[in-house]
Design a protein. Structure first.
Length: 132
């Protein structure tokens, strides 16, 4: 693979807005799957989201709050190692949530038309931020 500046600047704001719009459509239709249920379930439970309805509403709300400016993933995006969505590009966002009243983190990917939620939890400070 040949890397150039345009490849390394991906995803662009336009690309991120398109991914967010697609994720909004999918979560609004309750059309999403966990990338790894055993990893995602404890994260959802830590947010006091126990039922599928609560989880879907919370994800819909979260996706409605994020924008391209909240992207915290790598450029270019990392690839998933989860079996359900292996090699799919990961889109990670962190933002101060009005709904959850704390800083949140959401990571998702798409495989064809399927939205996979990889991670959804309160944003944890990074090592460098903790050292300050």
């Amino acid at each position: 693979m040949i890397l150039n500046y345009s490849t390394m600047r991906r995803p662009t704001h336009t690309e991120l807005r398109a991914k967010i719009l697609k994720a909004r459509q999918k979560t609004g239709a309750r059309d999403w799957l966990p990338a790894n249920y055993q990893k995602l379930l404890p994260e959802l439970e830590s947010l006091d989201l126990w039922t599928e309805e609560e989880q879907s509403r919370a994800l819909e709300t979260a996706v409605s709050e994020i924008g391209a400016e909240h992207y915290v993933g790598t450029r270019p995006p990392q690839k998933s190692y989860e079996d359900a969505c292996r090699e799919a590009e990961l889109f990670a966002f962190a933002w101060q949530s009005r709904h959850f009243k704390r800083r949140m983190y959401l990571k998702f990917c798409f495989v064809k038309e399927t939205l996979y939620i990889v991670s959804f939890h309160e944003d944890k400070p990074r090592e460098k931020e903790r050292e300050r």
